[in-house]
Design a protein around this ligand. Structure first.
Ligand code: ADP
Ligand code: MG
Length: 238
């Protein structure tokens, strides 16, 4: 079954066609990566899946359900952003549980979910700290924790590691892979970084100018790029 399925999805801002007839499928439980140069429409596509942008055409399905016109909170998705603005005056635990408080989840249940997310993310010893007392990697994990507690069907990541230094990025990549294995949810990850795409993805979707140039397993794209753009971008010597 498709975790996320897009059919002929389009998006225009005024006269600017940003997403042009995108059809793709990320199988349930798989890790899909949208990769492409800056400005190719990755964030727009992700925001459309999240329901943060309207579609100009086409259909979006999550777990077999047509969500094209469903409000964001009812899509079963949680998004992790690049700039992970945490609330500085709240503790790690409060930051992670905040959306559950808004949703009026009872305190005990909330605390259980936060503890479980903290265990998965190895933040258990940091739950009472303020974000300012954490390292960059730990802060990013808190941002991921905020998504985990909501138990979404689909996780959406928009370049979550781009503010971190190179060493930490490598470490967080490994953690994301571990997280995916452990949780088993469908994940879609947006990046302009080819190495990130190759190491994280079950399936890669190479975007350029609002089109999917090629989709497939990382190695098949590497070994058999459909055109020069994909070859150059994925870095096969051709
Ligand atoms: P990426 O994430 O791949 O860098 P984006 O999806 O952010 O690309 O942007 C794709 C294109 O859409 C860019 O040309 C950008 O300027 C344009 N765009 C994005 N959001 C808006 C908006 N709200 N209004 C007008 N143009 C936008
Ligand atoms: Mg972007």
């Amino acid at each position: 079954m498709a975790g996320v399925k897009l059919t002929n999805v389009r998006k225009s801002f005024g006269a600017h066609d940003v997403i042009k007839d995108v059809s793709l499928e990320v199988p349930k439980g798989e890790f899909g990566v949208f990769v492409g140069p800056s400005g190719c429409g990755k964030s727009t596509l992700l925001r459309m899946i999240a329901g943060l942008e309207d579609t100009s055409g086409g259909r979006i399905e999550i777990g077999g359900r047509d969500v094209t016109h469903v409000e964001p909170a009812k899509r079963g998705v949680a998004m992790v952003f690049q700039s992970y603005a945490l609330y500085p005056h709240l503790s790690v635990a409060e930051n992670m549980g905040f959306s559950l408080s808004l949703a009026r989840v009872p305190k005990q249940q909330r605390e259980e979910k936060v503890r479980e997310a903290a265990r998965i993310l190895q933040l258990t010893d940091h739950l009472d700290k303020k974000p300012s007392a954490l390292s960059g990697g730990q802060r990013q994990r808190v941002a991921i924790g905020r998504a985990i507690v909501r138990e979404p069907e689909v996780f959406l990541f928009d370049e979550p590691l781009s503010n971190l230094d190179a060493e930490l990025r490598v470490q967080m990549r490994l953690e994301l892979t571990r997280l995916h294995r452990q949780i088993g949810a469908t994940m879609i990850y947006v990046t302009h970084d080819q190495v990130e795409a190759m190491t994280l993805a079950d399936d890669i979707f190479v975007l350029k100018g609002g089109h999917v140039m090629q989709a497939g397993r990382p190695l098949s794209l590497y070994d058999d790029p459909a055109n020069r753009f994909v070859a150059g971008f994925i870095g096969s010597p051709a």
